[in-house]
Design a protein around this ligand. Structure first.
Ligand SMILES: [Zn+2]
Length: 95
């Protein structure tokens, strides 16, 4: 079966849309759109923190979603974080 293919905004690899998480922007907040039902512009991302980190470093999400100014990625990060549950105030890791 071959469905639609999208490019991950993190690693820039093309993958079936079903394997990627769709993200939409609502009032400056990046909202995971797991059901892929939200209207409007969406960005696609692998379900991995690594890809989110890459996207964040390159500001790929605000650019893909045409958001001016900062975009709050907390909700997306909480969803992708392996230790979800207490990730509401996820600390930024600096390496
Ligand atoms: Zn990726």
């Amino acid at each position: 079966m071959s469905g639609p293919v999208r490019t991950c905004v993190g690693c820039r690899t093309r993958a079936p849309a079903a394997e990627l998480l769709r993200v939409v922007a609502r009032d400056g907040i990046a909202v995971p759109d797991d059901a892929r039902r939200e209207p409007g512009r969406g960005a696609h991302l692998h379900r991995s923190v690594e890809c989110l980190d890459q996207a964040e470093r390159r500001r790929a999400l605000p650019r893909a979603l045409r958001v001016e100014g900062p975009l709050d990625l907390t909700r997306v990060r909480a969803l992708l974080s392996p230790s979800s549950g207490h990730a509401e105030h996820a600390e930024r890791e600096t390496r």
